[in-house]
Design a protein around this ligand. Structure first.
Ligand SMILES: [Mn+2]
Length: 261
């Protein structure tokens, strides 16, 4: 599905492909999330990294992309990488190197100690943003002055999802892209690539609880969620403002429960 002039979705995956630039774009891998949860007493099987790596390989092969742009939060821990993170980040970079892929990482708010590892593997690290003609690729946690010729902004950070109720009252949540406008430019928010992140239901949270300043300064009601669900497909929901009104209309008689599912 075409999201903007030079950007298309890849199947029902949380990734964008820019054919003109031969570049696959993903965001928010949060490698090492399991060990961080483990320290809090929540123990998950440590297999999300394998799923992440396999999916990246599959998407690179499917698209024929020679470049990979990671829009920040490659790893999870804010501080020094945990042993799990070291092993997994190194393995990912070695895998990409062996595939001959040129990898670019734009720094996210979780990526504090990542530079030392990246430079050893020839990865291009971008402190603030990466530009491809008129397209800005950035993490989205900090607002910055963008070049005048910027027409499209791609961000991560928000981990967007959209939630919906079916006629029985069951609640479903889907990871989604968010597509809208920010200060006259096209803004596309990518869903988190991490399979452990269910995402934050953008139609349920208050505007001031949005994480990214780009979204807080936009009219979030006008944004259109494009849900990506493995094995099901990609589907367009009504704009967030309509979704919010539907939720507010949820009454005891069930009126207003939406039919978008
Ligand atoms: Mn982030």
């Amino acid at each position: 599905m075409k999201i903007f002039k030079d950007g298309i979705t890849v199947g029902a995956h949380p990734a964008l492909f820019l054919p003109k630039y031969g570049t696959l774009v993903i965001a928010d891998l949060h490698i090492g999330y399991e060990s961080s949860l483990g320290q809090k007493g929540v123990f998950l099987p440590q297999n999300s990294y394998t799923a992440i790596r396999n999916r990246i390989e599959e998407l690179l092969r499917a698209t024929g992309a020679k470049k990979l742009a990671i829009l920040g939060d490659l790893k999870h821990e804010f501080g020094k990488p945990s042993p799990q993170e070291w092993v997994e980040v190194k393995d990912l970079l070695e895998t990409l190197g062996a595939m001959g892929v040129e990898t670019h990482v734009v720094r996210g708010n979780h990526d504090n100690y990542v530079i030392a590892i990246l430079s050893r593997y020839g990865v291009h690290l971008h402190e603030h943003f990466l530009m491809m003609d008129h397209i800005v690729l950035t993490h989205g946690h900090l607002e910055m002055d963008l070049p005048e010729n910027a027409k499209v902004i791609l961000i991560g950070h928000e981990h967007p999802a959209v939630s919906s109720l079916d006629s029985s009252g069951a609640r479903y949540k889907f990871k989604c892209f968010l597509v809208g406008k920010c200060r006259g430019k096209r803004l596309v928010v990518l869903p988190a690539f991490s399979p452990l992140s269910a995402g934050s239901g953008i139609n349920e949270i208050d505007r001031e609880d949005l994480l990214s300043p780009y979204l807080r300064k936009s009219d979030i009601d006008e944004f259109v969620p494009l849900a990506v669900e493995d094995g099901i497909g990609i589907f367009r929901f009504p704009p967030i403002g309509v979704m919010r009104r539907i939720r507010k209309g949820d009454g005891a008689n069930g009126q207003g429960r939406n039919q978008y599912i």
